[in-house]
Design a protein around this ligand. Structure first.
Ligand SMILES: [Zn+2]
Length: 203
């Protein structure tokens, strides 16, 4: 997991994580969110590693959901567990594609308004999950086993494809640049990200 990354300015490998907070604007309000970057022991340069960018983007998404009164990733996870559903079952029941819940729960995407309200209402009235399952002809108890087997096979194929695509993208990215870029941090804090445009995460 720990990857050797060197300073973009001097090449030194002793980079230190610095955790702080950042004031960002969400819908006209100032909100404080956790913020990460790294600094170089040798030359003092500050830089955002890819892992920092991912962390910061998640923190921003979390703050947006909270500020807009939407369910956070953690709240969605809690509701799903209350309903005794795994992520695949939840996706079958609520829609959004097989990896939707993993993405919602890890703050990798924001759920749509409609999805947010659906999950919330079923969380408030858990019996609705059974009703929904009946309508969709999903046997939640039996489904678990089938899903597990099916997912194992599908996952292998999908994983190989995804891994190949990711490797190609990464190698071409790293050919020109180092493992970090400060510029993309600006993207994260642009005030106009629309919540929940990502129903099609499933691929
Ligand atoms: Zn340096």
């Amino acid at each position: 997991m720990e990857k050797k990354t060197s300073c973009v300015m001097c090449g030194n490998e002793h980079l230190h994580l610095q955790e702080s907070e950042k004031l960002v604007e969400i819908d006209g309000a100032e909100v404080k969110i956790p913020f990460r970057k790294h600094w170089c022991e040798e030359c003092g340069s500050e830089m955002a590693l890819n892992e920092d960018l991912r962390f910061n983007a998640r923190a921003m998404r979390h703050a947006r959901k909270k500020h807009r009164g939407m369910l956070t990733g953690e709240e969605i996870r809690q509701i799903r567990k209350q309903l005794r559903l795994n992520q695949e079952q939840a996706a079958k029941l609520f829609g959004g594609g097989p990896v939707a819940f993993s993405k919602y729960e890890n703050e990798e995407v924001s759920q749509s308004d409609a999805m947010d309200r659906l999950i919330w209402i079923v969380g408030m009235i858990p019996g609705l999950a059974q009703l929904l399952a009946k309508r969709l002809k999903i046997d939640l108890a039996m489904e678990a086993e089938v899903t597990l087997e099916k997912t194992a096979t599908e996952f292998k194929e999908e994983y190989v494809t995804q891994a190949r695509v990711a490797m190609e993208a990464t190698s071409s990215y790293f050919r020109g640049f180092s493992a970090f870029s400060t510029a993309s941090n600006e993207e994260i804090y642009k005030p106009d990200e629309k919540a929940g445009a990502v129903e099609g995460v499933a691929a």
